[in-house]
Design a protein around this ligand. Structure first.
Ligand SMILES: *Cc1c(COP(=O)(O)O)cnc(C)c1O
Length: 446
């Protein structure tokens, strides 16, 4: 496969962009990233003219794939040519907010921002303001964007910044605990309950492998928040309008967070974020309340039009059925391939997300109870070996994934997630043929 133009572009990029990219994960592919020319349904065409099945899908936003439905394209074009923005309100942001409030059970009111990061920054500020407390509980191996309060690792007794540039005095307000661990959650509330403003949690850990919650876990966390007067903040930036369809993960799991953050899909491929929840909380944002929050581009008309028309199309055309069905086919097929060729590896995911984690489990392959991806089923033979928390993925064969497996898959014409941690996303643009071709590639490359 000729990749000369990608190589040359990366060479140029290294002189003017740090690491040659504008977001760290894009530099993960070995030996250099694939530069993209254009999208085409479930495929991308790179700058050397290679057409590749694309499961990266923009890292999550591209639920429709790369071909926009006519209604989405028309709305984007008209808003782009009419302005494109004013710094004054427009009708389309009201309609988008109405749509989200109508479909997501816990959301009565919404503030749009420009990224998932901005959404979680504002959600943390809001939780601290509402409770007049400082500490935020987060999950080890969780991801909430590139922000000061959550780029923290370690444990409750020794939280430390996970990057340089964040003072230790900030990190001490963040309490990292393991996902899927009720005991750890009880303990942190016992020790710090009066200081905890909120628990910030992804319903499904989707940035470190894909780790689904054990039965009862989220309910237990919600109860603890209630008991101690802390806010439950669900980060639905990835899961929003992907897991559980238009009701999002909170509808699927039947949990009612106080505040939720959104991003990715709700902008229809344009930069977006949002903080939603009960009116009594969201109204505390300025100007109705005294928690300052603002943004020049927030509620940008082009983004709002793209997001709203995308969500409308999904609700009307059975998009979630299509993507979830292909997701199931991929997970089932992968479970078979892996049982044969790499029994120590674990297929994870749900709905339209899938992932093969290169776990080092010995003994039996994933059994039938999890034929459609790990379900945290205690009766499964592989229960102990399958990832229970995102951090388990760091112990997987990450170099084999990055240096051997992924480049081979690309040679087969299939782009999977750029490192072992990110997940793969199915879109409306993908077909059963893409699934078959992908399973064949896994067979050849494992
Ligand atoms: C992507 C992501 C973010 C950050 O969103 P950006 O738009 O990249 O700032 C936050 N939380 C979760 C769960 C995400 O997956």
């Amino acid at each position: 496969m000729n990749r000369e133009r990608s190589r040359d572009l990366y060479d140029r990029a290294l002189s003017v962009l740090p690491g040659g990219v504008n977001s760290a994960v894009r530099a993960a592919p070995q030996p250099y990233p694939t530069f993209i020319e254009r999208g085409d349904g479930g495929h991308v065409v790179d700058t050397d003219g290679n057409r590749l099945v694309d499961w990266v899908m923009g890292l999550g936003p591209m639920l429709m794939g790369h071909d926009m439905p006519d209604s989405v394209r028309a709305a984007i074009q008209s808003h782009a040519s009419e302005g494109p923005m004013y710094g004054m309100p427009t009708e389309v942001e009201v309609e988008h907010a109405e749509f989200v409030c109508r479909h997501v059970p816990s959301v009565e009111m919404l503030r749009f921002v420009n990224s998932g990061t901005e959404a979680t920054v504002s959600a943390v500020r809001l939780a601290r303001a509402v409770t007049e407390r400082n500490k935020i509980v987060v999950m080890q191996g969780g991801y909430h964007g590139a922000q000061e309060s959550t780029l923290v690792e370690g444990d409750v007794d020794h939280p430390r910044p996970s990057t340089s540039g964040i003072p230790q005095s900030f990190a001490k307000h963040t309490l990292p605990v393991p996902f899927n661990d009720e005991t750890a959650m009880h303990e942190v509330f016992e020790a710090h309950g009066d200081d905890i403003a909120g628990v910030l949690i992804e319903p499904v850990q989707a940035n470190m492998g894909i780790v689904t919650p054990e039965a009862g876990y989220h309910e237990a966390v919600a109860d603890l928040c209630d008991e101690h007067g802390a806010l439950l903040v669900w980060d639905e930036v990835i899961t929003g309008f992907r897991v559980g369809g238009p009701q999002c993960a909170q509808g699927k799991y039947g949990v009612d967070p106080d505040i939720s953050t959104f991003g990715k899909i709700i902008g229809g491929g344009y930069p977006v974020g949002a903080i939603g929840g009960k009116t009594e909380y969201i109204e505390q944002f300025a100007p109705s309340g005294d928690v300052f929050q603002a943004g020049t581009f927030s509620g940008h008309p082009v983004t709002m039009a793209a997001g709203l028309e995308t969500l409308r199309f999904c609700a009307e055309e059975g998009v979630h059925d299509h993507v979830n069905d292909l997701g199931r086919q991929l997970r089932e097929g992968l479970t078979e391939v892996v049982a044969d060729q790499a029994p120590g590896y674990t297929v994870t995911g749900l709905d339209s997300m899938f992932k093969l984690v290169f776990t080092r489990a010995d003994g039996s392959p994933q059994s039938e109870c999890c034929a459609n991806g790990c379900r945290q089923d205690p009766s499964c033979d592989r229960y102990d070996a399958c990832p229970k928390r995102g951090t388990d993925t760091t112990r997987a064969a990450t170099d084999r994934y990055a240096r051997i497996f992924r480049p081979r898959m690309r040679e087969e014409g299939v782009l999977v997630s750029q490192n072992q941690y990110e997940c793969n996303f199915v879109s409306w643009g993908h077909t059963a043929e893409d699934v078959e071709r992908t399973l064949e590639a896994y067979k050849n490359c494992l």
